[in-house]
Design a protein around this ligand. Structure first.
Ligand code: FE2
Length: 266
């Protein structure tokens, strides 16, 4: 089974490029299942029901979120109704939505888990204990399990990947918006990449307008960030998984530059 995991989609430039490229990449690389992190899809913070609908109708099987899951309040009831939209699983009991699920595709069943890190981030429940509980449920149904670990610290993501090595198919990090070059398969068969990177405007500071972000650092005054425009880039990874063992057999990073929709690629 081949899974495409796409890094944080930022604003309209990221959404347009994702919707344009996902069907193309799916066909070109014979992808069976597509997971996209959409926590920055609505103006850089959160996701709305309309945007989630468009993404889920556009060839994306599951949309994962992160610390901005709650950025748009209108998504709260939608999270309860749409199992293909996942907020991080390690939030306190009773919050809207779910953090993991099992989905079927032509190649078989796929478990997907969304988790959030705790290092240099707002406090959440323990992702390590959370995955132990979740795997008790998921592994009864399928060995193919893909984890989006939304975290800031490389060390936490790497430690988590080793912790679940051999028990999940892939751990792909999100949140930093910068793709790392450390893709590998760990010793017990889990594919790992510290961060998938961002799908959004290239000439930016992690997707936001440079002319707004720079004064934030130089003046220390608060500023309302805005999504940058211009050419966007899709960052993702392709993971090949043995559907019987659930172990990964290959992981490959993907970066596709492109223009916003309605303009042709060079
Ligand atoms: Fe984030």
């Amino acid at each position: 089974m081949r899974v495409l995991m796409v890094g944080d989609v930022v604003g309209k430039p990221g959404r347009q490029l994702t919707l344009e490229l996902v069907p193309r990449l799916t066909a070109e690389y014979a992808v069976d299942f597509v997971i996209v992190n959409g926590e920055n899809a609505a103006g850089g913070v959160g996701i709305t029901p309309d945007i989630a609908d468009v993404m889920l109708q556009g060839g994306i099987d599951v949309v994962t979120l992160g610390n901005h899951a709650w950025g748009k309040r209108e998504i709260f009831p939608y999270l309860d109704e749409e199992p293909r939209l996942l907020r991080p699983a390690n939030y306190p009991p009773g919050v809207p939505g779910q953090g993991y699920g099992i989905y079927s595709c032509a190649a078989g069943l796929v478990g997907v888990v969304s988790l959030q890190g705790r290092t240099f981030m707002d406090p959440v429940d323990d992702p390590f204990r959370a995955i132990d509980r979740i795997l008790e449920t998921l592994r009864r149904k399928t060995a193919v399990i893909c984890v989006d670990f939304h975290g800031e610290a490389t060390s936490e993501k790497q430690a988590f990947a080793w912790y679940v090595d051999g028990r999940v198919s892939v751990v792909a990090g999100t949140h930093t918006h910068i793709q790392t070059a450390d893709e590998r398969i760990l010793t017990e068969g889990t594919a790992y990449l510290t961060d998938l990177g961002m799908t959004g405007p290239i000439d930016s500071v992690i997707g936001m307008r440079c002319d707004i972000v720079i004064p934030r650092f130089t003046s220390l005054l608060p500023a309302r960030f805005e999504v940058a425009d211009g050419e966007a880039q899709l960052c993702a990874a392709l993971i090949d998984i043995d559907d019987i063992s659930g172990h990964a057999t290959a992981i490959r990073r993907v970066q596709v530059p492109g223009h916003v929709v309605n303009r042709s690629y060079s």
